[in-house]
Design a protein. Structure first.
Length: 348
């Protein structure tokens, strides 16, 4: 009988130890790598339901452990809001944020920046979300801020401070979905997040970008970004981007004007297909009909795949291309061939 009692006590002790190990093991973060996640708590959502949603989104390891933690720490409810959480947060931090409604993690808006957009588009998007787009524009154009970012990021140089440039950070804000948190510094946080995303995209390509050449001349990072933005604006898919990048390299190597309509549109603050002779006459360093070589700076946000398309462009003998209404492109080697293509296929 005594042996049975001892055995039972040992079993209970082992179960208790095992339970404690299980509990502690499920309090940690789901990842050592930062990965932001938007998490919403709707009005009237119970604590238990919220714990279930956290588990469904992969933010916590175990619902039972989370419920035990909340009971032990007196957490009985959560605050309705949308929060910017992170996979690297442990259970303790997550529960503190959503049970107190921590203002520092509340998302005020979701801002989606698309590839090929301009800063003016980003400003309009912010205004549409009842954020102050103009103030954001002023913040990212501030010379002191720009100088600080130039000192911080290898890919941002004093080239962006040239007086003829419309928006110094044009082309340098990575397309992505960003979560704007509440607070007086919300727009500053947004700008920082955009620049960090650009750094995350460009840094793995640093060696390739730093050695990229056209006609035996290594392009500056600013020139590379400018070329990439034109390829972005002229391309509808990755296959075309590879060839179009090759076309522009051919023109640069032949000392031909790039004659890119998208640069003229940018100079004129327009987006259209039918570019007129009056449009082409605009005196702007962005106008590649009037000024040889690359324009003074990028003209649009750039998708990460475009960088690879430029770095690995398809060598070809083409100097001209014409986009059909369905988006397909006809390439030509000579101006005479190109004129014939336009005459036979012009749709605008």
């Amino acid at each position: 009988m005594k042996k049975i009692i001892i055995t039972v006590l040992i079993a209970v002790a082992l179960m208790g130890a095992g339970g404690m190990i299980f509990y502690q093991a499920n309090l940690g973060a789901m990842s050592q790598v930062e990965a932001k996640v938007a998490f919403s708590v709707e009005n009237g959502t119970s604590l238990n339901r919220t714990i279930g949603q956290l588990h469904e989104q992969g933010l916590i390891a175990n619902e039972t452990a989370a419920k035990i933690y909340c009971r032990l720490n007196g957490i009985t409810s959560v605050q309705a809001n949308t929060y910017e959480l992170d996979m690297s947060m442990d259970l303790k931090k997550i529960m503190r944020i959503i049970s107190t409604g921590d203002h520092d993690y509340v998302i005020m808006a979701k801002v989606t920046v698309l590839d090929g957009q301009r800063i003016s588009d980003i400003v309009a998007t912010l205004n549409g979300l009842d954020l102050d787009g103009e103030r954001f524009g002023e913040y990212i154009n501030d010379e002191n801020n720009l100088k600080g970012w130039i000192d911080t990021y290898w890919w941002l140089t004093s080239d962006v401070l040239q007086p003829e440039i419309k928006y110094p950070l044009e082309g340098y804000l990575a397309p992505e979905t960003y979560f704007v948190q509440a607070g007086d510094d919300a727009l500053a946080q947004l700008a920082a997040a955009m620049l960090e995303q650009t750094d995350a995209v460009l840094s793995p390509l640093q060696d390739a970008i730093s050695t990229f050449q056209v006609d035996g001349k290594t392009l500056t990072v600013h020139e590379f970004m400018t070329l990439s933005s034109i390829v972005q604006a002229e391309s509808l898919n990755s296959d075309d981007a590879l060839v179009i990048a090759g076309v522009f390299v051919n023109r640069l190597e032949a000392n031909m004007p790039l004659q890119s309509d998208v640069t003229v549109n940018y100079a004129n603050d327009e987006i259209k297909v039918a570019v007129t002779h009056a449009d082409l006459a605009t005196d702007s360093k962005y106008n590649t009909y009037l000024y040889a070589g690359l324009p003074i700076g990028p003209i649009a946000t750039i998708d990460r795949e475009i960088y690879n398309s430029v770095l690995n462009y398809t060598p070809n003998d083409y100097f001209y291309f014409f986009a059909l209404e369905d988006g397909s492109i006809i390439y030509s080697k000579t101006y005479q061939e190109h004129l014939k293509v336009v005459q036979e296929n012009k749709w605008y």
